[in-house]
Design a protein around this ligand. Structure first.
Ligand code: COA
Ligand code: AMP
Length: 643
């Protein structure tokens, strides 16, 4: 017990039970999560660990009272770590660098929370954050948590339409944004994108707080928009608001099978307990370590491991506004590791493929002292063994592939370096992390044997920190994830478990594709294509790409009588996807075809088209309606350089 009355719990004491859990397949051990719950600060400690009386709506620590911002900042300052660095900001695209201590960050967050409170934000209100990778994004998120308000961060690479959809669903009182973001080749003017989204949205937030960046000054709408810096001058710091453990910490929208994004809701208590737990057990970090998730605050990785996890554990988190290559060269990551003594790096395999492509021999690595680096974690997409082997050889540290999703908030399967390191098997994210029981089921819901492919499912209850529902959509939560395999969470991934208990994640079972580690819905892109006035029918498939893992490719059938050149229409739909979904969709390939290949029952044969596009062996499916259609598809894919 420390001076503040918090129970300080050493996980090493519990190592044996963890290893038992690990070896025996993860068992959801209520006592275990009760003990993990003692590692965080509660205003009122929970007397109940798990309420699973209303499945699939599982509630952890239901009568606990806590605050995420308190656990991220105040606790460390009270415990004497105020002068330690909380955030390092490094921006090769602007040349800016800064270092923020825990004490300074607490002050800035408490004052921004004061500004939000003065503008009427209270516990439970939503605040939408549409920001580039600057410390103010993290400050806005923590300020919401301080007030018990629910933030919803939207990734900067999404266009106005996607932003508008999220504004209408989350109905925020305030939007926090910036004048611009900076991509290597261009300035992305965020404010006009936001203004356009606000015109499109039915819901009208009462305020926008805009961070003016020196690269571009945004025009503010009088009476609605506030300048971040100016408004902050008179803001008063405010304290944390105690919230119930199951009060939402945030909503994060992610792609599903349709164009309607799903608002993943994460609760407060479970998030704090689980993320702090993972920082020691999975990533093996200690307070004071420098932890770098090279992602973006707009993704779940950014929420869990740029903002909350490292700060809950008293680490220094690194915010990097740049790319792995081109800012200025493929040595960018090694420069950052050397300059700040990064201990753990987490990114997507695509970043390493980009580096490897430009520097196959790893010559840039030799230019820097990266001896501080203890491990590299990869996630967001399947990690191909080539990339894993290259990184292992060049960096000389354990390279850990781990599998997780926006819904889970932290790794389902991983080598847990803070527990014991298992042998690394390229192509597998190792075994389930304690707390997850992963199984493989066939279409009928029966367990399959080792090595047999099926749907990867997780036995209920999901551990703390997993999503507790979808915003405004309890029914969709239950039907999308829990109805097909009763008693299980359906991950949407397919794969197998080998005889050693290693899990292999092979493919999605739905329309989701992974482009440069970004999750996209082909269904959403199809909706944009189908809305073009000349398009009668369309299909979007994810095709293999050496660098980005997958890329979307569209095939469109035109309405009868359309006489405009096909190329013009192809270009228009490509632009339309960029305008309506955003540049992040990376949609650049589209071809006009006379017909789409279908089964006799009218189902589009996407798998066959994908095989043709990827140059894999394919056979004419027995169920095909008109086999000749495939010849035309092959010809068009050939023209697009895809067969
Ligand atoms: N705001 C606005 N636009 C953005 C953006 C943002 N925050 N992030 C990306 N974009 C734009 C890019 O500029 C690009 O636009 P373009 O079509 O005009 O070139 C487009 O969206 C596609 O971006 P991306 O898929 O990221 O491709 P890229 O070529 O810019 O970079 C990588 C490729 C591999 C270097 C980059 O994706 C990367 O570093 N990925 C690994 C880390 C990561 O993001 N992980 C996420 C989950 S862990
Ligand atoms: P997201 O919700 O954006 O994090 O994307 C989650 C999806 O990315 C998962 O459902 C998988 O399809 C894929 N994914 C993430 N990590 C891995 C991994 N280590 N191996 C294979 N696929 C992964």
């Amino acid at each position: 017990m420390d001076a503040g009355g918090h129970i300080l719990y050493s996980f090493k004491l519990d190592c044996k039970s963890i290893i038992n859990l690990y070896a025996g397949g993860a068992v959801n051990n209520e006592e275990y999560w009760a003990a993990a719950g003692e590692e965080i600060f509660w205003y009122q400690a929970p007397s109940i660990t798990l309420d699973d009386s209303n499945p699939p709506f599982i509630r952890w620590y239901p009568d606990g009272v806590t605050n995420a911002c308190y656990n991220a900042l105040d606790i460390h300052v009270h415990e004497g770590r105020g002068e330690q660095l909380a955030v390092i900001y490094d921006s090769p695209v602007t040349g800016a660098k800064s270092r923020i201590t825990y004490a300074e960050l607490l002050d800035r967050v408490a004052r921004f929370a004061g500004l939000l409170a003065a503008e009427g934000i209270q516990k439970g209100d939503r605040v939408l954050v549409y920001m580039p990778m600057v410390p103010e994004a993290l400050i806005a998120m923590l300020a919401c948590a301080r007030l018990g308000a629910v933030h919803s961060v939207v990734f900067g690479g999404f266009a106005s339409n996607e932003l508008a959809v999220r504004i209408d669903d989350a109905t925020p009182k305030i939007v926090v944004s910036a004048s611009c973001g900076i991509e290597p080749a261009r300035i992305v003017s965020y404010k006009p994108l936001l203004d356009r989204a606000l015109e499109m949205a039915r819901h009208k937030p009462k305020r926008c707080i805009i961070l003016q960046r020196s690269q571009e000054t945004a025009e503010l709408v009088p009476g609605r928009d506030l300048d971040w810096q100016q408004s902050l001058q008179t803001a008063q710091a405010v304290d944390c608001v105690p919230v119930a453990a199951n009060d939402p910490l945030y909503i994060l929208y992610t792609s599903g099978t349709t164009g309607e994004p799903k608002g993943v809701v994460r609760d407060t208590g479970g998030s704090i307990v689980s993320l702090k737990w993972t920082m020691t057990r999975i990533y093996d970090t200690n307070p004071g370590d420098v932890y770098w998730a090279a992602s973006d605050v707009g993704w779940v990785v950014g929420h869990s491991y740029i903002v909350y996890g490292p700060l809950f554990n008293g680490c220094t988190t690194l915010m990097y506004e740049g790319k792995p290559v081109g800012t200025p060269d493929p040595g960018a990551f090694w420069r950052v590791i050397a300059e700040y003594g990064v201990n753990v790096l987490f990114t997507a395999p695509t970043a390493f493929r980009a580096i490897k492509k430009e520097d196959p021999q790893g010559e840039y690595i030799a230019k820097y002292d990266i001896s501080s680096l203890k491990s590299l974690f990869l996630a967001g997409e399947r990690c191909d063994p080539d990339t894993l082997n290259w990184a292992t050889e060049k960096l000389g540290v354990p390279v850990i592939d781990h599998w997780w999703q926006t819904e889970t908030g932290w790794a389902i399967c991983s080598n847990c370096l803070g527990i014991e390191m298992l042998p690394i098997v390229p192509g597998s994210p190792a075994r389930p992390v304690p707390g997850y029981t992963v199984e493989v089921l066939d279409d009928g819901g029966n367990a399959v044997g080792p090595g047999d492919i099926g749907a990867l499912v997780i036995k209920q209850p999901l551990p703390p920190g997993n999503f507790i529902t979808l915003w405004n959509a309890d029914d969709r939560f239950a039907s999308t994830y829990f109805s097909r395999y009763p008693g299980y969470y359906e991950t949407g991934d397919a794969g197998y478990i080998d005889e050693n208990g290693y899990v292999f994640v092979m493919a999605r079972t739905d329309d989701v594709i992974n482009v440069a580690g970004h999750r996209l819905s082909t269904g959403a892109i199809e909706e944009v294509l189908a809305a073009h006035p000349d398009v009668a029918e369309c299909a979007v498939i994810g095709i293999a790409d050496e660098m980005k893992g997958q890329l979307p490719l569209g095939l469109i059938v035109l309405n009868a009588g359309v006489e405009r050149p096909s190329k013009t229409i192809e270009d228009e739909v490509i632009q339309k996807v960029r305008d309506e979904i955003g540049p992040v969709a990376a949609f650049r390939q589209c071809g006009v075809v006379d017909r789409l290949p279908k089964t006799r029952s009218g189902k589009i044969l996407r798998g066959t088209m994908r095989n043709i596009a990827d140059g894999e062996e394919w056979q004419v499916p027995a169920t095909i309606d008109e086999p000749a259609v495939l010849d035309e598809i092959a010809a068009v894919l050939g023209r697009l350089g895809r067969s």
